[in-house]
Design a protein around this ligand. Sequence first.
Ligand code: COA
Ligand code: ZN
Length: 328
Amino acid sequence: MNAERIFFNEVATRDGFQIEPLFIPTDTKVALLDALSDCGYAKIEVTSFVSPKAIPMLRDAEEVMGRIRRVPGVEYTVLVPNMRGAERALESRADELNLVMSVSETHNLANLRMPREKSFAALADVVRLVNGRTPVNVSLSCSFGCPMEGDVPLEEVLRWGERFAALGVRGLTLCDTTGMAQPAQVTRMVELAQQRFPALQLTLHFHNTRGMGLANVLASVQGGIRRFDGSLGGLGGCPYAPGASGNISSEDALHMLDAMGYDTGMDIDKLLAVARQMPGIVGHEVPGQVAKAGRITELHAPPAEVSALLQAGALELAPSPAQGRGLV
Ligand code: COA
Ligand code: ZN
């Protein structure tokens, strides 16, 4: 039994909601966040302090931050793209600022409307403004490839990470913004990133766009990573990254890690109950699977005739044809 602790950051109300076409009312967001706060998360990314024109869904960021219940032990973080966002985040008493830029020049231009160097300069000013009063994390979009440029060299990702590490940030999140990462690449990335940034909190952020999400979580966790982002129901995606779709489903990832014996800190049953509300909240089916299937510990009753035979003690367990021939 491996009881190592996993620290999970729920991003459903930020990454999850930002791509949804219909505005989700503020009351619904606050109620969902309050329910999530009781599930055992280490961190919840509540919202974004970005331009309301860029992401109209999150135009109620101040109100949401002002109304949520803050549960001790849960960090409430927010996404910040520039100085204006940082000022708003500090005003809202965020526990952490999650600064964002892309390691792909093209995606940074599409998403943040500026070249990477300009983003870096703005974010460096933010780190200096915060001056250690609030922890700072940096999310590097497109760390495993860009949907417009293609490959982003691993060294390039590490180089941006190093520039932020030199500013004294607490953590780095390597984001697979459009689900381009594959497990061998992830293994290499987490090995090098942990060597290069031994003092930083390293988080992995995967999207399941090509069905590799949980395989990438597995590769990361086997490589020593203990921090993940995920989105309840598997919602999510960047509206400014062509072809983006849902994050890994938090409940599917946490169910897997829990089944493997990791200490997720989560109440999985409570989490699944909240996950089952997601289709009602967004008005459509969601990709998460465990909320539909139930946990692996939730068994089904056998068919009536099998139960009757079992009760009558009439069933001799015949050896299966595979026995004696090894696994098939
Ligand atoms: N919060 C609120 N408003 C902001 C803002 C912020 N953090 N940053 C800029 N604005 C406002 C400005 O006040 C200005 O408003 P006005 O048109 O009413 O005068 C307007 O946005 C444009 O400002 P400008 O500095 O020219 O920004 P821009 O148009 O170049 O946009 C960003 C830059 C970063 C603000 C914008 O691209 C953005 O918010 N992107 C985030 C996208 C995102 O969240 N993607 C998904 C997550 S990865
Ligand atoms: Zn994302």
